[in-house]
Design a protein around this ligand. Structure first.
Ligand SMILES: Nc1ncnc2c1ncn2[C@@H]1O[C@H](COP(=O)(O)OP(=O)(O)OP(=O)(O)O)[C@@H](O)[C@H]1O
Ligand code: SF4
Ligand SMILES: [Mg+2]
Length: 370
C-alpha cells in the first residue's frame, strides 16, 4: 500500500514492445519500445494525434495486427492473477481466439468493418456467449436482449434478426460494445468508442463502461482524441507520439503538471469556453510518417525547445514525479537535475519564452480542479 493507494494487481503488462511494418526493402517501426501496464479495475487512457500508433498497439494486444506488421521485440503479458499471466505475444491464433472476447475484448475504431455483414446481429452477439460461456441458444438470446438494453438499443428482440447494413452507424457502434462486454471481460480495449455517437448516446455508453469497471472490476484501455472524455474516464494517461510513449502519469499529472512539450501542445489545442474568439493553439507541423522517423526525438522538428542532442539521441522515459514519467531532454536535463518541479511551459515563461499556457487546457477539461 502506497499512502492511501492500494497496490492493485497488474492485469496487462506490455514491456518494450516493438511492432514493425514489413516492407520489401526495409522494416519500419510503427510501435517503438512501448512499455505500459494496466491494473485491475483501472482505466488507462491513450492519447496522441492521428498516426501515432494507438490502434496498432491495441490490435497487437489481441493478436490482430494487419498482415504487413509483426511484433519484433518486447512482450505482452495478460492475466487476472500474476501466476496465471499469459504471454499474448507468443500465443498461437487458436489460443488467442480463446482469450479474445472472453478475457480481453475490444471495441474497434471502425464498427463498419468489424461486424460481419452476412451474419445477423443476433448471431454475432450470441456467438461469444455460446462459445465461451456455454449458453444455450435461448439463454444467449435472452442475455443479448439484456445487453442491447444496457447499451441503449431500442426494440432489442427485432434487432436480433437484423443485419449490420440495416443499422445506423451509432447503432452498429452500440452493438460492438454489447459484443465486447457480453462475456464480462477482464480487460476492455475501447478504440474511439464514442466517436460516431451523439452526445446522449455517448453519455449512455460511458455510463455502461463505468458500470462494468466499478461493478465487475473490468480494466479499460480507452483510446480517444477527446481529451475531455479521457479526463473524465481515466485514472492514468499515456501520451503517444510517433510510435513511442512520451509521457505517462495520473490524470492530474498530465492535465495539471504536463512536462513534455507535446503533451502541453495537445492540451493547448482543446477549445476553452473562456477563450472564445481567441486563436486556438495548435502544434505546428505533423506527425512524421513511418519512414521519416528519426534516431533522436521524433518531436524535434515541431519543438521550439529542440536542442542539438534532441536530433541525435532518443530521450528515455524518466521519472519526473511519483508515477509520472516523460521523455524529453529539456525536462530531464534542466528540470529534474536542478530540482525544478515546474512544468516545461512555466520554465519557458521564466526565460521570457511563453510558448504554452497549460491553464487553457486545464480550464477546458475541468481537470484543474482535481
Ligand atoms: N494496415 C496497415 N498497413 C500499413 N500501415 C498501416 C496499417 N495500419 C496502420 N498503418 C500505419 O501505422 C501507423 C499507426 O497507425 P494507427 O492506425 O495505429 O494510428 P492511430 O494512432 O490509431 O491513428 P488514429 O488516431 O487516426 O486512429 C500509421 O503510420 C499508419 O499509416
Ligand atoms: S527532447 Fe528535445 S525536441 Fe524532444 S520534446 Fe524535449 S526538448 Fe523538444
Ligand atoms: Mg486509431
Amino acid at each position: 500500500m502506497v499512502g492511501n493507494q492500494v497496490e492493485r494487481q497488474k492485469i496487462l503488462d506490455i514491456r518494450n514492445l516493438r511492432i514493425e511494418l514489413k516492407g520489401r526493402r526495409e522494416r519500419l517501426a510503427v510501435v517503438d519500445g512501448v512499455s505500459l501496464s494496466v491494473s485491475q479495475g483501472e482505466t488507462l487512457g491513450i492519447v496522441g494525434e492521428s498516426g501515432c500508433g494507438k490502434s496498432v498497439l491495441s490490435l497487437s494486444m489481441l493478436g490482430l495486427l494487419p498482415k504487413a506488421m509483426e511484433i519484433n521485440g518486447g512482450e505482452i503479458w495478460y492475466g487476472e492473477r500474476e501466476d496465471e499471466a499469459q504471454p499474448l505475444h507468443l500465443l498461437k491464433p487458436k489460443e488467442l481466439r480463446k482469450i479474445r472476447g472472453r478475457e480481453v475484448a475490444m471495441v474497434f475504431q471502425d464498427p463498419m468493418s468489424s461486424l460481419n455483414n452476412s451474419l445477423t446481429i443476433g448471431y454475432q452477439v450470441t456467438e461469444g456467449l455460446r462459445l465461451h460461456l456455454g449458453y444455450s441458444r435461448q439463454e444467449a438470446a435472452a442475455q443479448a436482449i439484456e445487453l442491447f438494453r444496457k447499451v441503449g438499443l431500442a426494440r432489442p428482440e427485432k434487432l436480433l434478426k437484423e443485419y449490420p447494413h440495416q443499422l445506423s452507424g451509432g447503432m452498429r457502434q452500440r452493438v460492438m460494445i454489447a459484443i465486447a462486454i457480453a462475456c464480462n471481460p477482464g480487460l476492455l480495449i475501447a478504440d474511439e468508442p464514442t466517436t460516431a455517437l451523439d452526445v446522449t448516446i455517448q453519455a449512455q455508453i460511458l455510463e455502461v463502461m463505468r458500470q462494468i469497471r466499478d461493478q465487475d472490476g473490468t480494466s479499460i484501455v480507452l483510446i480517444s482524441h477527446d481529451l475531455g472524455l479521457i479526463a473524465e474516464m481515466c485514472d492514468r494517461i499515456a501520451v503517444m507520439y510517433a510510435g513511442r510513449i512520451v509521457e505517462e502519469g495520473s490524470v492530474a499529472d498530465i492535465f495539471d503538471r504536463p512536462r513534455h512539450p507535446y503533451t502541453i501542445g495537445l492540451l493547448n489545442s482543446i477549445p476553452s469556453p473562456s477563450h472564445k474568439g481567441h486563436r486556438l493553439h495548435s502544434i505546428p507541423g505533423a506527425v512524421p510518417a513511418l519512414h521519416e522517423r528519426s534516431v533522436g526525438c521524433n518531436f524535434a522538428p515541431r519543438c521550439q525547445y529542440a536542442m542539438e542532442c534532441c536530433r541525435i539521441e532518443q530521450p528515455k522515459l524518466s521519472p519526473v514525479g511519483f508515477g509520472h514519467t516523460t521523455s524529453c531532454f529539456l525536462v530531464v536535463e534542466e528540470g529534474v537535475r536542478k530540482g525544478d518541479n515546474r512544468n516545461t511551459a512555466d520554465r519557458a515563461e521564466g526565460t521570457g519564452e511563453v510558448l504554452y499556457e497549460t491553464s487553457v487546457a486545464a480550464e477546458g477539461t475541468g481537470a484543474a480542479s482535481r
